[in-house]
Design a protein around this ligand. Structure first.
Ligand code: AP5
Length: 211
């Protein structure tokens, strides 16, 4: 199955993607994680992407489509993929469609996590992430260790108030219209209430996928 997770920053995509992906038996591809890996490894792409990410702006479409094309060509994704954080613009949606069609694949569903912006600000202001495996946490402090891999928990630079505000405006201007683009094209789309316990949100997402 090829599933795309959609939603505001802080909606819970990174929390839910591994859970739903595990239940479906497919790997996750999170462009934010790939980009942060490139920043950490100090690659030229990472240095370029960091300029946008720290400010809460979108990394250019050609960089994102390059990552997606390269990743989806790997055998690991032959049985399907859980896309987290991609696509965020109409050119990315069109580019993803070209990449999938070229290899005889198509999107099976788009799941949109629905949450109010006030809740997003609260969540992101209290988030820490593992600097190694990127698992997000709430209610944990920088310097604590990750339950999954023992890595150190850090605050993301783009979780500062100014960057959160920018990310939310960018979402409304560039990303939200992509959802109706999929609706118009007849792709299966479902909105999932993303407020409540993490397990409840997972159950709602699975139900929306007919599981
Ligand atoms: P990315 O890393 O994808 O960031 P994002 O989309 O802004 O999403 P977040 O990771 O902030 O939130 P999330 O929805 O994953 O929420 P999470 O599960 O962590 O991208 C970062 C940057 O990279 C972008 O700004 C851009 O610069 C660049 N980029 C990436 N992809 C790109 C693309 N395609 N095009 C262009 N640029 C791109 O949860 C948030 C918090 O809430 C956590 O603390 C979590 O524990 C908590 N939480 C989760 N669920 C619940 C719940 N049900 N109740 C209470 N708390 C919850």
């Amino acid at each position: 199955m090829n599933i795309l997770l959609f939603g505001k920053p802080g909606a819970g995509k990174g929390t839910q993607a591994p859970k739903i992906a595990e239940a479906l038996g497919v790997p996750t591809l999170a462009t934010g994680d790939v980009l942060r890996g490139a920043v950490r490894d100090k690659t030229p792409m990472g240095a370029e992407a960091k300029k946008y990410m720290d400010l809460g702006k979108l990394v250019p479409d050609d960089v994102i489509l390059g990552i997606v094309g390269e990743e989806l060509a790997k055998p690991a994704y032959a049985r399907g993929v859980m896309l987290d954080g991609v696509v965020r613009t109409l050119p990315q949606a069109e580019g993803l469609e070209r990449i999938l069609t070229k290899s005889g694949r198509k999107l099976d569903a788009v799941l949109a996590f629905d949450v109010e912006s006030e809740e997003v600000v609260t969540r992101l202001s209290g988030r820490t992430v593992c600097e190694k495996c990127q698992t997000p946490y709430s209610g944990r402090s920088p310097g604590d260790t990750c339950d999954k891999c023992g890595g150190a928990l850090v605050r993301r630079k783009d979780d500062e108030p100014d960057a959160i505000r920018t990310r939310l405006s960018v979402y409304e201007a560039d990303t939200a219209p992509v959802f109706s683009w999929y609706q118009r094209r007849g792709t299966k789309v479902a909105t999932v209430n993303a407020v409540g316990s993490i397990d409840d949100v997972t159950k709602r997402a699975m139900k929306a996928l007919g599981r």
